[in-house]
Design a protein around this ligand. Sequence first.
Ligand SMILES: [Zn+2]
Ligand SMILES: [Zn+2]
Length: 313
Amino acid sequence: MHVVSLLLSTGLSFLFLTLVFRPLEMAFPAKAGQRFFRPAWWTDLCFFLGQYLLWGGLVFWVLVHFGSWLDGVIPSPFRRAVGEQPWWAQAIEVILLSDFFVYWGHRLQHRVGFLWRFHVIHHSAEHLDWLAAHREHPIDSIYTLGLINLPALVLGFRLETLAALVAFRGIWAIYIHSNVRLPIGPLRVLIGAPELHHWHHDRDRDAGNYANISPLMDVLFGTYRCPDHEPESFGLREPIAQSYLGQLLHPFLRRQRQPPRPEPELAAAECPPADSTFAALASSERNERPERHAGTAGMAPSPSQIRSRPRLI
Ligand SMILES: [Zn+2]
Ligand SMILES: [Zn+2]
């Protein structure tokens, strides 16, 4: 019976996401003419099914055990005081803290070879749409969801207060991968958008735009990038297996030792004329080289929320 309900919820989720995002992708395409069954569609479907049917439960199990371990570490009066704040204060704190953790955690994924081994799978997608958001190695999912939820787990935010934010972060992660381009003007320095995350999937490994729900962290730390057009192509410069199984095994395969990576130049922003305080800040941060989670909250999400959450970053 459990298997039947799992299959049913997976099928319904696929249908729901198709009905929400496919019309948007047809009405406002970032890459005009990209077909529904574009290349590697079946590989991404395997990632979608794997996430819903296999790995979602594992990721949830790890987070719950990690959370209970943290329960014993943080003094309970402190956690109680945090949980007694008004819901809106908790929401703001969790968004800011988890965005901070996700931003720096994501930058590390691009800098540290061991983390990149897993994260590279997400960046191997050469066609972005809502389904490609699910291309993520399960260990990469544990890492990212752990970071997203760390502030809430540590501080003791109440899950029920923040459940909607957790779900919203998952949906947002799908949206920013969709083949949609809906420019939002000056708001683009406050609210994350596909036009920003698509540049994160540029072929350059240090492409910038590491944040997810809000690009404020990118603006603050000088990795914000917002050209007025789409990248020419997505994907990687390094070779990688194309099959689902090959990609799952990829991080564990022996490889040639790579020389240490030099510090990257920060991504160029190429913004349209600065038209807000934040845009001005962004333009002051950029340099000249053009060259890449999930947005809500920091609590251990429910299994269905985990399943609804694709790659984040
Ligand atoms: Zn990335
Ligand atoms: Zn992505």
